[in-house]
Design a protein around this ligand. Structure first.
Ligand code: NAI
Length: 344
């Protein structure tokens, strides 16, 4: 079994090589992202393994199909970068639904604490032997209201951590959990009452620019926005306007809607072209990390193990894999997956 591994970083290789060797799966690592220009690199491979900023659009899928690639193995939970509908009938798609929801929830909390206690400024000050406290006044999280949008695996862990801080929780989910003690409210109420809003829902058509000018208008003055989910959940220009007008008190961003050609790369010796990102980073009350919420030892090992198990189960006799992305073909009554058969 040969797998073309796109957008490979040094931290990916040890875990994939280790688990790959044990399972007799050979990985060919490419630093390039998967795109129509690079798809040819998958020639001779059975599987492509991709991450969040690989662009697996319809043309790329057709090219992979023509090369004989049978499986697209996402090593991420989110799959908004894959045209799953177009892949239906051609190439199967699997993902890693959870590699460490703790990693992402804890990073969201780390960003939030850093921002509200000005740790990012204090760190730089004390390195410069400046021990002044002026301008470092923060606020207690205890007693504040946090609005959590999306109460899946990550959102729930984030809620549990926030409860530990003594915060009040309001939640919104398109599909609220029936068996939990989470207090669900409408999106408007969440936006109006929250001191902090944290996003933990997927990026889909109906969540694109979920945070926009109108929603920001409804929010409390001084609200803090945390996004460790997907960049395009937020209209960045509207966010920037909200920060400039002081409506938004701060933003913690691990993701950015135009991150694809920027994040995961070192531009420290370059002048960055993206004025919006440059402006955001220049704000004292904005913290940007480059999509690193997933980056823990535990998550990397779990990702490699699950991806390899996904690949192995695809090539097994019946080929059914729990982590296959189901393109909802609409054929509910005769759903083959429900009958434990492959869709195509
Ligand atoms: P999950 O699938 O367990 O939970 C997502 C929740 O969002 C579900 O409860 C679902 O009902 C809800 N939801 C769906 N549509 C919604 C809508 N329109 N409005 C409100 N809620 C909606 O997913 P999980 O594992 O909790 O991950 C959440 C997101 O975190 C992923 O979609 C991914 O984009 C992001 N993520 C980011 C990482 C990073 O490194 N920054 C790493 C892993 C995931």
């Amino acid at each position: 079994m040969k797998v073309a591994f796109f957008d490979a970083k040094p931290y990916d290789k040890p875990s994939f090589e280790k688990y790959g060797k044990e399972a007799n799966v050979e990985f060919v690592f490419y630093e390039a992202k998967l795109s129509i220009e690079t798809a040819e690199l998958a020639k001779g491979c059975d599987v492509v393994c991709v991450f969040v900023n690989d662009d697996v659009n319809a043309a790329v899928i057709d090219k992979l199909y023509s090369l004989g690639v049978k499986l697209i193995a996402l090593r991420s939970a989110g799959y908004n970068n894959v045209d799953v509908k177009h892949a239906f009938g051609k190439i199967h798609v699997v993902h890693v639904p959870a590699y460490s929801p703790y990693a992402v929830a804890e990073h969201a909390v780390a960003l939030l604490l850093t921002l509200v206690r000005h740790i990012h400024k204090a760190y730089i000050r004390t390195r410069d032997f400046n021990f002044s406290l002026s301008g470092l006044t923060g606020f207690d999280l205890h007693g504040k209201t946090v609005g959590v949008i999306g109460t899946g695996k990550i959102g729930r862990i984030f809620i549990d951590i926030c409860r530990g801080f003594g915060m009040n929780i309001l939640a919104y989910d398109r599909f609220p959990s029936q068996d939990s003690d989470i207090k669900y409210v409408g999106l408007d109420e969440l936006q109006e009452k929250s001191d902090i809003i944290s996003l933990h829902c997927p990026l889909m058509q109906d969540t694109y620019h979920l945070i926009n000018k109108e929603s920001i208008d409804k929010m409390k003055k001084g609200v803090i926005i945390v996004n460790t989910s997907r960049g395009a959940l937020i209209d960045t220009e509207a966010l920037l306007d909200g920060i400039k007008t002081r409506k938004i008190g701060g933003a913690c961003l691990d993701v950015y809607e135009e991150e694809a050609n920027i994040f995961f790369n070192d531009f420290s010796e370059h002048i960055i072209d993206d004025d919006t990102l440059a402006r955001l980073i220049s704000m004292p009350n904005v913290i940007v990390t480059s999509h690193q919420a997933f980056l823990t030892e535990e998550a990397l090992n779990n990702t490699a193990e699950t991806t390899i198990n996904n690949i192995l189960s695809y090539f097994e006799k019946d080929g059914l894999c729990d982590n296959e992305l189901c393109y909802r073909c609409g054929n509910i009554e005769r759903c083959k997956r429900d009958r434990k058969e492959r869709c195509f």
